[in-house]
Design a protein around this ligand. Sequence first.
Ligand code: GDP
Ligand code: MG
Length: 577
Amino acid sequence: MQLDKLRHLKVMQEGIQLPTIVVVGDQSSGKSSVLESLAGINLPRGQGICTRVPLIMRLQHHSDPLPELHLEFLGRTVQTDETHISDAINQATDEIAGSGKVVKKNGVPDLTMVDLPGITRVPVHGQPDDIYEQISAIITEYIKPEESIILNVLSATVDFPTCESIRMSQRVDKTGLRTLAVVTKADKAPEGLLNKVEADDVNIGLGYVCVRNRIGDESYDEARKEEANLFETHPLLSKFDKSIVGIPVLAQKLVRIQATIIAKCLPEIVRKINDKLSANRSELTRMPQNLTSVPEAMSALMQIIGSSVETLRKVLLRGEFEEYPDDKHMHCTARLELENSSEDNYKDNFLMEEIRVLEETRGIWLPNFLPRAAFLMILQNKVKEISGAPVEFVSKVWEYIEKVVVAVLKRHSEHYPQLESSTRRAAQNLIAKRKDMSADRVAEIIEMEKIIDYTCDPEYLTVWVEVGHLKSFPSIRDQAFDIKMRITAYWKIVLKRLVDSMALNLQFSVNNLVNMDMEKEILTELMDPHGGGLERLLEESHSVATKRERLNKSIKLLKDSKEVVAKVMDRIAFNAD
Ligand code: GDP
Ligand code: MG
């Protein structure tokens, strides 16, 4: 089957889903037995030994009377034969979590199926407590894609609506459109079976097939004879329409369903292959040239620095984020909250601070005369109270800028990972210097506000004048109130001035960093002969080489897949004629 070639090419590795028949069923419902019957081989079966990992089984008809079986796991292919397949699978299962198996045999249907672990509610010997969650996660992953056909294996001995596998498949395929039921153990519970199947309480869109699998050590041929006999002669089972009983009917139905779904899915598969192919091709062309000489390396380096600086100008200086539309972290906004906590205790402490200071600085002064010492002391206290915030703010801003700068440099030198550590070091050095300068500057600004009270801001007068009518009351309370009002008016200006001068300083500093220091510092750091100098750039990094190789491989694979799909489509079109 051509589609198998596609599977063999492993387009699934490229994230492209292929139509698959997925076998689900509760534990011991007879999943492995059904697969066995379809393949005509013995699988690990029965108590204790159960399917623990998804097993992909490909059945292929071939005309050679000798069957050909192999197991694929962990990238290996192991030849085996009918007597050893069961042991071989167990061995492979012990080694891995995911295996494939190919059975080429005369007379088997061309099918690809996945046998999944059975579903249990209750963990048995040695199984982890969350076995149900683990298994249902695996199963869901396989049955969720629209391309999957769900082969739900139900034992005739149980009530269908109570089956976990029914619940699970209904979750992803509500109307049952891509679910087919196989009822096993028809021989064990023939009473009422016809009713159960006809009632279809569990919404099986693709219908039911009742079977009897191999029992004990019957041979495959004996088992088929017994089955045919059973549905021929059993008083209850013989009443079933022949189109819904027996392994051969099941095989035929599966082949037909698989062909239909493949035809339906192909156009989508082609589209996905094409998308993937062009994405990989453009990624490959975007990969850097392999540098071979020092001038080439120099020019690549200047390009990296130039484009990094340009990006930094955009995000740090001009606030243009088009290179990082969704990464809010690169949007460089900062906010400084300066608030006096004492301002909140209005009710209880109103004027108390002012009165305390006035008492302390009590001297002889004229009524209406501003007690300047008191004013300054209160001002100093207030400045002291908030002085931590600007320092912390500046430090945070620089930390943030460092992150942005490092991220931008990293992005622009992504093809030369060997540069990452030196560009990062350059950025960190520079920012450490700038950070120290800012801290000094902020300390100075705060110190100035503590020592000097000055403003030519007209807002001060407008606020203050509003309370001017109180100044003719020369009691200490009124003086306190007077001071309070002056301080309030002046404080607004102090805060504005702090924020303004810090903002100005930070912007100036960032501007110098980006426009003046950056290029020089990176060059100095990179040209340092101890670090390997520019020659470093001449060796293509391992990760880039690997990526190039991976892309080339994946492009080849996708191209091959495209050819295979084209052939399959031709054949379908041909058959339809
Ligand atoms: P799985 O856990 O779903 O893979 O179930 P198995 O295929 O291992 O089968 C569980 C048990 O049911 C085994 O002992 C099988 O021999 C038995 N079994 C499966 N199908 C039939 C059937 O059609 N008739 C009878 N009588 N027993 C069956
Ligand atoms: Mg099993």
